[in-house]
Ligand binder design. Structure first.
Ligand SMILES: [Ca+2]
Length: 508
């Protein structure tokens, strides 16, 4: 595996680096921590992600209008990140980045979301190795409960991306009407008002059923994405309208999950992460205050997320970190704490962008692998900016010092030409590297028997038919289910390399 970060020139990093985390480690109490070292125990991992929740919509992030005591307590008992970034400013690519540890552009995203300017024939390529597949190699049970939104066709379903079980909806709750258990529709239409409580019940049952083995519970809530239909027990209870009612129910949900961990005596052996997938749509639904910007935008409010992590006895309590950390970093970090070597799991040619941030999360005095840089795209697929240390430089030409100007209101470009030049060059190089090695999204038309037959015939007629399937490629049976590496399927269409080949040949 080839990590992009490994190739960052050290002198340039030092040039731009700021001591942003210098004060963040002072309250750490290493003597109180347990003896965990990467892989020595296999903690359960629970990843709770809301949908379109703003940076400013939790009590522990300064909200004056929302009551979120459970998440606030979770932050008090763990670490709260002020500079945690989603992989994108909208749903589908954020999840692509989370699941793969890659910039969405690297795994074929070109803008928008599935079902809204991306054909639902597409999905996250099953050849990508997801965080669930990584953890399965360490013996984890895996489940996804909630909103999927990285592909609704058979090859792209959770079962083909490393999840043993699934309960939820396959797109956003304004797009989908069907509620699934695994691949079976159990309600159509489902009742919007009960999704959060249903997901919570499922999660609590899953924790109980798997308490004696390591598990990965991925809980991507549909809340508080529009349409805002609060549960009857919460309707009108908050001071922030339907959006507030729904966020406060999510807080209740977090409380139930933490209570289940305590009930089953696995609290000290479970890492719980809470975050959101992208910024809010804007008031009255949600606020990214004190950041500027919202969903779809590359301003901080579109992509900088609330994020708290809790693992009693291992992650020091009561800490706030302003290290730069990305949703993409969760895959290599979780691999590390589960004792998985990514070099043995990821295909050799698969560059990922995530960095193992375990040292940062646990508050190590001199953390290894700190993230210095991050790239930004807007939700429409346009490359937009780079952040390095405290500086954010946008392709529009604006330069902001985020340590002094969190609201991105003062353009300092004219006073800092050397920084502009440096970041412009870095952005060009890094963007070029990502977009120069794109792995395509999956497309069901290339895995479907009838369509594949048409493609094959056309390719035969033009003389561009791949004559043999590459070793280790994945194939699909007539239902589209992955039949695994090395098996012979219909014409042996391989997604990654041959799909590109097919697409290119069909363009003329
Ligand atoms: Ca979203």
């Amino acid at each position: 595996m080839d990590r992009l970060s490994d190739r960052i020139d050290q002198s340039r990093r030092n040039f731009l680096r700021t001591a942003t985390a210098a004060g963040a480690l002072s309250c750490m109490a290493p003597g109180a921590l347990n003896a965990f070292a990467g892989g020595s125990v296999k903690p359960n991992i629970i990843l709770i992600m809301t949908d379109d929740q703003g940076y400013g919509d939790l009590g522990c992030y300064g909200s004056q209008r929302l009551n979120t005591p459970n998440i606030d307590t979770m932050a008090d008992e763990g670490v709260r990140f002020t500079d945690f970034y989603s992989a994108a400013a909208v749903c589908t690519p954020a999840r692509m980045g989370l699941l793969t540890g890659c910039y969405p552009a690297r795994v074929g995203w070109e803008g928008w979301v599935l079902g809204h300017h991306i054909s639902t024939d597409k999905g996250l390529n099953p050849d990508e190795v997801t965080i669930a597949e990584v953890l399965k190699t360490a013996g984890y049970a895996t489940t996804c409960i909630g909103k999927w939104h990285v592909g609704e066709q058979q090859p792209f379903l959770p079962a083909n991306q490393g999840f043993d079980s699934y309960y939820g909806i396959l797109k956003s709750n304004d797009q989908a009407t069907k509620l699934y258990r695994d691949t079976t529709v159990i309600e159509d239409p489902y009742d919007q008002r009960y999704l959060t409580s249903n997901f919570t019940d499922e999660a609590v049952t899953y924790i109980q059923d798997n308490k004696d083995r390591p598990f990965f519970l991925y809980l991507p809530h549909t809340a508080p994405h529009f349409p805002l239909k609060p549960h009857p027990d919460w309707e009108g209870k908050s001071d922030a309208g339907a959006y507030g009612d729904i966020v406060e129910q999510v807080d209740w949900s977090v409380g139930r999950i933490l209570a289940a961990l305590k009930q089953h005596n696995i609290d000290d052996n479970t890492l719980v992460i809470f975050t959101s997938d992208n910024g809010p749509r804007g008031l009255p639904e949600g606020t990214s205050y004190p950041l500027r910007g919202k969903k779809w935008e590359s301003r901080e409010g579109g992509v900088r997320m609330p994020c708290v992590m809790r693992w009693p006895g291992t992650i020091p309590a009561g800490r706030t970190s302003d290290d730069i950390i990305s949703m993409m970093d969760l895959l290599p970090t979780c691999a590390h704490i589960a004792g998985v070597s990514l070099d043995s799991v990821l295909p050799a040619q698969n560059t990922i962008d995530g960095i193992n941030q375990w040292d940062v999360i646990r508050g190590a005095p001199s953390p290894a692998n700190r993230r210095e840089e991050i790239l930004y795209w807007d939700g429409y697929g346009e490359f937009a900016a780079i952040r390095s240390g405290k500086w954010k430089y946008s392709v529009s030409g604006a330069l902001h010092d985020l340590s002094e100007d969190i609201n991105e209101s003062q353009n300092l470009a004219s006073q800092n030409q050397a920084v502009v030049d440096e970041l412009s060059a870095r952005a060009t190089a890094l963007h070029g590297e990502v977009t120069g090695s794109v792995r395509p999204m999956g497309d069901v038309n290339l895995h479907n028997w009838d369509t594949s037959t048409q493609l094959i015939n056309r390719l035969r007629s033009t003389g561009f038919l791949p004559r043999s399937r590459a070793a280790g490629s994945r194939t699909f049976d007539l239902t589209g289910r992955n039949t695994g590496a090395g098996n012979t399927g219909p014409f042996g269409i391989k997604i990654n390399s041959e799909e590109n080949h097919v697409k290119k040949r069909l363009e003329f």
